[in-house]
Design a protein around this ligand. Structure first.
Ligand code: GLN
Length: 220
């Protein structure tokens, strides 16, 4: 089926798909709607073809990886990313968007959306879930409340990758937990669960073609 005629019907209300194979799909759908986008579920290649952008939710990256293959979405999503489709991944979604993943299953696939090496379950058992306030480049005002649930971190960010946020303190201080490369954004934490919609709003604006500020990268 060709792209749905309503995809991007209103320029200020982009059609944003949420990859709906596994994970916290509903939370992203709700936040995207509140940010003025037109969110739709993506489970099939024709549904992918109809969206302006794609959100990859949190969940279990190895399960989503397997389901991407079973639902014949792995190559179509890679192709859309290569063609410049904006995307946002949270947690498992960040892992899927990486070009290299450490500590994952040997047969797990990823999407090469961002030139980065991500370590899965990086924070370890002691602190596998925690919350903290972080400075997020391009989002002035209050820090962002970041909820980490068995989260990854970015171990290597490629030259074209902008660091948007780092862990501010504690044993993992300085670790990269939010990045952007072009129109692809990833966070190790879950902005979809906090009620603070600024990260999603930034992404929706980015999909609308509004350039992000890139000169407020927090230091280590
Ligand atoms: N640990 C999960 C994974 O490896 C990610 C957790 C999450 O998305 N909250 O995919």
């Amino acid at each position: 089926m060709a792209a749905a005629p309503d995809a991007g019907a209103a320029p200020d209300q982009p059609t944003i798909g949420v990859l709906a194979l596994q994970g916290d799909v509903r939370e992203h759908i709700a936040v995207l709607a509140e940010c003025g986008a037109h969110p739709v579920l993506v489970r099939r290649p024709d549904e992918l073809a109809a969206v302006d952008a794609l959100v990859l939710p949190g969940g279990e990256s190895t399960a989503i990886s397997k389901l991407l293959e079973i639902f014949e979405l792995l190559e179509p999503v890679r192709a859309r990313l290569r063609a410049g489709m904006p995307a946002f991944g949270s947690c498992a979604g960040m892992i899927l968007l990486a070009s290299e993943v450490l500590d994952t299953r040997a047969d797990a696939k990823h999407l090469d959306g961002i030139d980065m090496t991500v370590r899965r379950n990086a924070f370890g058992r002691q602190v596998d879930s925690f919350e903290t306030d972080i400075e997020f480049a391009g989002l002035p005002g209050d820090p962002v409340r970041a909820v980490f649930i068995r989260a990854p971190w970015v171990e290597r960010a490629g030259d074209g990758v902008e660091v948007l946020a780092r862990v501010p303190s504690g044993p993992a201080a300085g670790r990269i937990v939010a990045v952007r490369q072009g129109r692809v954004v990833a966070t190790a934490f879950h902005p979809e669960v906090t009620g603070d919609h600024r990260v999603h709003r930034m992404f929706v604006d980015l999909v609308r073609g509004v350039a992000l500020s890139s000169d407020t990268v927090p230091s280590t």
